[in-house]
Design a protein around this ligand. Structure first.
Ligand SMILES: O=C[C@H](O)[C@@H](O)CC(=O)C(=O)O
Ligand SMILES: [Zn+2]
Length: 277
């Protein structure tokens, strides 16, 4: 079973109460022991999901909502493990997934099994899937092998390291661009100055926040901003017309994932500070 989220017009989004805003864009619960949680978004027909295997392996299958015999019949998927060590088996081939490791699986792979290596410290697999037109090879990226790029500065409380993993010059995909950004201790702001990219939707999953820490995620058109108060391991859907940035009560990391018209990371539309309302 998948939860369905429709697209929203920015004029309509202006009228939302806090609760309506949360119902449309916030994904509150993705990681439930032994379960596969999936949210189908009409924004670029992406699927956001969480899999937290318990005692036995959990399968990602074809679902009625996508009228597919198997999940990747017409799709591709990017996966990060945000929990303890785990294993993903793709048509019989196993990939060890340590914390923050990434796996890309292309269109056509049929049997997808997810397991935790230690039930007492379960793996938590975050997945982002988009329609695919051709099949690219399955690729694993170990977090420790991927060099990061420094961004931001201590003075602006946004010192952080970005790792682009599935992208034009990295792991090949049809539509998906995906990576992880980690904020240094004392830095709290992401993606500011902010941007939009009307060619692609984006989803953020915030991680590595303490139980009592909160993320103030900003969204909306640049001149009509709103905020969503988020907790650790929650995701937010950013429609193509929306900014997506924010500040938290401590440092954190987030997994960003995009799909749409193109994969050119740098063609975002920068928003000047004067435009923000
Ligand atoms: O379109 C690109 C995405 O919003 C993110 O990659 C931004 C980000 O990781 C950051 O500013 O730290
Ligand atoms: Zn973006």
């Amino acid at each position: 079973m998948m939860e369905l989220r429709y697209s929203t017009h920015p004029e309509y989004a202006k009228t939302f109460t806090t609760e309506e805003l949360r119902n449309h864009y916030l994904v509150e619960e993705l990681f439930v022991s032994g379960e596969v949680k999936l949210v189908y978004s009409m924004e670029d027909r992406t699927i956001i999901g969480g899999i937290q295997p318990a005692g036995s392996a959990v399968a990602l299958e074809g679902y009625d909502e996508i009228k597919a015999d198997y999940f990747l019949e017409r799709r591709e998927v990017g996966i990060f493990n945000i929990g303890g060590n785990g294993t993903i088996t793709v048509d019989g081939e196993s990939y060890e997934m340590a914390n923050k490791d990434c796996l890309y699986i292309g269109k056509g792979k049929q049997e997808l099994l997810f397991a935790s290596n230690d039930e007492t410290n379960p793996a938590k697999f975050y997945l982002f899937s988009a329609p695919a037109h051709t099949s690219y090879p399955t690729k694993h990226a170990s977090f420790r092998d991927i060099p990061g790029n420094a961004m931001g500065a201590k003075e602006s409380a946004n010192e952080r390291v970005i790792r682009r993993i599935i992208h034009l010059e990295g792991i090949q995909s049809c539509q998906i661009a995906m990576g992880i950004t980690i904020l240094e201790s004392g830095s709290v702001w992401n993606s500011m100055p902010t941007h939009t990219h009307n060619r692609r939707m984006e989803a953020y999953l915030y991680i590595d926040l303490d139980e009592d820490a909160r993320m103030f995620h900003l969204m909306g058109e640049p001149n009509e901003t709103r905020h969503l108060v988020m907790k650790n391991e929650q995701a937010v859907i950013s429609p193509p017309w929306s900014i997506h940035c924010g500040s938290a009560t401590s440092n954190y990391a987030f997994i960003w994932a995009m799909a749409g018209e193109n994969k050119t990371y740098t063609d975002m539309d920068q928003v000047s500070m004067d435009e923000l309302r």
